[in-house]
Design a protein around this ligand. Structure first.
Ligand code: DGP
Length: 110
């Protein structure tokens, strides 16, 4: 089981802010902004680059969950980031979207 599957299964504690049958969202343990939530499909796809057409609906649900989490957190401006691969900063190999907000976010990221 991946770390995020264990969070979804309540085997590891996390501050869960939103959940559906397919998606779970919880606060990042090491927040990089006043609001930093991770949105993941419950299906353990390691990376975005592992997704294919069969995951179209699931990926759509993840993006809609991102928007719902942002609304619930009161965010108007926010960033959604996916790190794909270790070289891009990915450390947990279960696809997830970072939702960051509550401060000014510079562009491009470092
Ligand atoms: P990434 O580097 O894109 O793979 O992001 C992984 C994120 O997961 C990172 O920002 C820290 C977060 N994280 C790692 N372990 C845990 C954990 O046990 N609980 C929670 N809530 N977040 C975690």
């Amino acid at each position: 089981m991946t770390l995020f599957e264990k969070i979804a299964a309540r085997e590891i504690p996390a501050k869960i802010v939103y959940e559906t049958d397919d998606v779970i969202a919880f606060r990042d343990i090491s927040p990089q902004a006043p609001t930093h939530v991770l949105v993941c499909p419950k299906l353990a796809l390691p990376k975005l680059s592992d997704a294919s057409a069969e995951h179209t609906e699931l990926l759509g649900k993840c993006l809609l969950a991102v928007a719902e989490v942002a609304r619930r957190e009161g965010l108007v401006d926010y960033r959604v980031a996916i790190n794909n691969g270790a070289g891009a900063g990915q450390s947990v190999f279960h696809l997830h979207m970072h939702v960051l907000g509550g401060r000014t976010l510079s562009w491009p990221p470092g």
